[in-house]
Write a protein that binds this ligand. Structure first.
Ligand SMILES: Cc1cc2nc3c(=O)[nH]c(=O)nc-3n(C[C@H](O)[C@H](O)[C@H](O)COP(=O)(O)O)c2cc1C
Length: 196
């Protein structure tokens, strides 16, 4: 276990939500950087995201179990409440469903609820140029941004790649960008208000 949750001081809790993209394989890098920023990190994956991650390694790294599915009725919560959420990588599928208010995965349920709770959320989509061109996705990111989600998307964040070449671009992914956006939200008081 390497996270700040080992100390007795209470750290703010960040849910890192990883969707079904090969980028999710490297989400441990994001956990590492989030720990450096002082977050107590919990990883949640979508069911497709779960295919890419090493659950045991992430559980060791964060000190929390990786969650993917809704708990059964009566089960206790195994994760502390989130003070903020970072969806990274965010897939086209999850963005589209999230913007429509669909909650058929634990990740989406948490994100839809976060809106009502005023929990700050940052999303960093990762996809190819063809999928990113779909009007539902473009409308989805615009709607999420309108509703207060910080969406980091565009050539200045992650240049779009041709279909089938995603694996080649993983090394260049700017893992720190989402955390920097969260820091900005802390600085403007959004986070402090939400977790007051
Ligand atoms: C090998 C592989 C790589 C994929 N990479 C991406 C990706 O980078 N971005 C994306 O939006 N979808 C990608 N997909 C498609 C998503 O996994 C698919 O839409 C899935 O339904 C997403 O589910 P989720 O949003 O619940 O994670 C990929 C699929 C496969 C099989």
């Amino acid at each position: 276990m390497t996270g700040p949750q080992q100390s007795s001081e209470r750290h703010q809790v960040l849910y890192v939500i990883a969707c079904g993209s090969p980028l999710a394989r490297h989400v441990g890098r994001l956990v590492e950087l989030a720990h450096e920023d002082g977050w107590d990190v919990c990883v949640v994956t979508t069911p497709d995201g779960a295919k890419f991650v090493d659950r045991a390694a992430l559980a060791r790294q964060t000190g929390h179990p990786v969650r993917t599915h809704y708990k059964n009725p009566g089960d206790v919560d195994v994760l502390p409440q989130a003070d903020a959420m970072l969806v990274c990588p965010a897939t086209v599928n999850t963005v589209n469903k999230w913007a429509a208010g669909i909650t058929d995965t634990l990740a989406l349920g948490l994100l839809v609820e976060a809106q009502g709770l005023g929990v700050p959320v940052v999303a960093v989509p990762y996809t190819n140029a063809a999928m990113a061109a779909h009007p539902a996705f473009r409308a989805g990111i615009a709607r999420l941004a309108e509703w207060g989600v910080t969406v980091l998307f565009g050539e200045h964040v992650v240049p779009l790649h041709p279909p089938g070449t995603g694996e080649r671009h993983l090394h260049a992914f700017p893992w720190a960008a989402g955390l920097a956006a969260l820091r900005d939200r802390c600085a403007d008081g959004t986070l402090a208000e939400a977790v007051r």
